[in-house]
Ligand binder design. Structure first.
Ligand code: AMP
Length: 491
């Protein structure tokens, strides 16, 4: 540890934690877990609010060789029940207010230890940890041992547990430090949740290994983040952070002068947002692409052109290729197909799903991401949507992103989601769900504009106006909800 007394986490509630304090607490937590019967390779399921202790618990598991299994705080008891049954954790650390309600679930799934961890560092797990000695002999864990299981956000079907190794996480953090030039002088605004790979690994591991400081916030609040900027150097966020900052009058060149880098990921950043942000602040947001299963895959460059609407080039050591979704044959430059990745960042497989794992890897080790995209002559990758969002209408393929980009460029349109709905003649009918800023834009205006720009089969059969697109906590538009809501539109 280079600077043990340096602050690693400055929490929103005023509590500060140095690197040494975090390390020592991780040792105590680790001993508390061991005293509760947790052994190397056991799963520790964690459903707690964001706090420095929640992150420390991840480090505690790593030091013990146990597998950290964070769960979205929004998951209901019934959902947690599924995860507990699937992962068979030997310990669960939960929000204090849930401890009682979890007791029965814990018994049924033979969870040996059920303790609590609260937002201010309170709870039975913390009491037990603080009573432990601070020195700890770390378990010997290898590059290939599991560090975490993260259940995918699963916008369709059953959530799958992505098994991530120490090698996956460490190699990716080191690559990101290099790519994004992180150092001990960085101060990161961290307003992301810590049950998801973005806030947990991309942000935390990168700052941990570079020796920087994180400013922890429970949630994103534009005014609050604006106040932090003069003392920060970087921010990692989802696109909604940036659209909300743009709505804040205080967002100016001066207000962001101390910042060196704004990073966006987890969902597509609209080219308009990129442009407006640059106009207002002089900063070109750096967009990158990753997944729970793969950590980060591609990034726009630190130096060099950050191209709006692309997710940049493959990271050092990561291979990206585009293949025919059906045959798996490689496609040429510019052609749209399945994005596949291979590298030290790619996960080990889905927990207890060997067949699912096998079906999502090619024989030569490339992981089939499920995202459709293309690579241009300069090597920049663009994502055109999830494979399952591809619309097949009258036998023609329609990539929703292409239609969405055209709709979004119409004055008065805020954003759009294009989906395929069951249609008696066409199989699927292209349907546009649109958010507009006033009532001036009408369905006929949109269709008329699109007619001059897109082939007829790509045109929406209907345009639906709504106030807001449904999004999950990571800012991803939930097209499955739209498809369910409007399932009977053409029937
Ligand atoms: P998750 O596992 O929750 O991180 O979701 C991963 C998925 O988010 C990817 O497979 C993409 O579909 C999407 N995603 C992540 N980053 C981006 C990005 N920069 N642009 C578009 N989609 C993205």
């Amino acid at each position: 540890m280079k600077s043990p007394d340096k602050i690693f986490i400055r929490n929103g509630d005023g509590r500060n934690f140095t690197f040494l304090e975090i390390w020592a607490l991780a040792g105590q937590m680790s001993s508390a877990l061991a005293a509760s019967g947790v052994r190397t390779g056991d799963r520790v399921a964690v459903q707690v609010e964001k706090s420095p202790e929640a992150i420390t618990l991840f480090l505690a598991c790593a030091r013990l060789g146990a597998i950290y299994l964070p769960l979205n705080t929004a998951y209901t008891l019934a959902e947690v029940d599924y995860f507990a049954g699937d992962a068979e954790p030997s310990a669960m650390i939960v929000m204090p207010e849930r401890l009682e309600a979890m007791a029965d679930l814990g018994k049924r799934h033979k969870v040996g230890t059920m303790l609590s961890l609260g937002i201010t560092g309170d709870g039975t797990f913390m009491d037990k940890s603080r009573a432990q000695p601070k020195d700890l002999t770390d378990a010997k864990v290898g590059w290939d041992d599991l560090a975490a299981i993260l259940y995918t956000s699963g916008t369709t079907g059953r959530s799958k547990g992505a098994m991530l190794t120490h090698g996956n996480l460490t190699s990716n953090a080191l690559t990101l430090i290099d790519t994004w030039r992180f150092s001990a002088s960085d101060v990161l605004i961290h307003a992301l949740p810590v049950y998801h790979t973005h806030g947990l690994f991309t942000a935390t591991n990168t700052l941990l290994l570079s020796g920087g400081t994180m400013l922890f916030r429970q949630k994103f609040d534009a005014a609050d983040v604006m106040r932090l900027m003069p003392e920060a150097t970087t921010m990692m966020g989802v696109p909604t952070f940036y659209t909300r900052l743009l709505q804040h009058k205080g967002l100016t060149r001066e207000a962001t002068a101390h910042m060196r880098l704004f990073i966006s990921g987890s969902a597509p950043l609209l080219a308009d947002t990129h442009r407006e942000f640059r106009e207002r602040t002089g900063h070109a947001i750096l967009e990158r692409f990753g997944m729970t299963e793969t950590n980060m895959n591609t990034s726009n460059p630190y130096e060099g052109e950050r191209i709006a609407g692309t997710v940049g080039r493959p990271l050092a050591g990561v291979e990206v290729r585009i293949s025919d979704p059906e045959s798996g044959e490689p496609l040429s430059t510019g052609e749209i197909g399945m994005i596949e990745v291979r590298g030290p960042n790619v996960f080990k497989g889905y927990w207890r799903m060997p067949e699912k794992t096998a079906s999502e890897f090619r024989r030569d080790g490339f992981f089939i991401t499920g995202d459709l995209g293309r690579i241009d002559e300069e090597g920049y990758v663009s994502i055109v949507g999830r494979g399952k969002d591809l619309i097949i209408t009258g036998g023609f393929n329609v990539y929703p992103k292409e239609v969405e980009s055209e709709i979004d460029s119409i004055a008065g349109v805020v954003e759009s989601a294009v989906i395929g709905l069951p249609h008696p003649d066409f199989g699927e009918g292209v349907t546009a769900v649109v958010v507009r800023s006033g009532k001036d834009v009408l369905e006929k205006d949109i269709v008329k504009t699109l007619e001059s720009r897109l082939a007829k089969f790509k045109l929406p059969k209907q345009v639906i106006f709504i106030d807001d697109l449904p999004r999950n906590a990571m800012g991803k538009v939930q097209k499955n909800i739209l498809r369910q809501t409007y399932a009977d539109l053409y029937r």
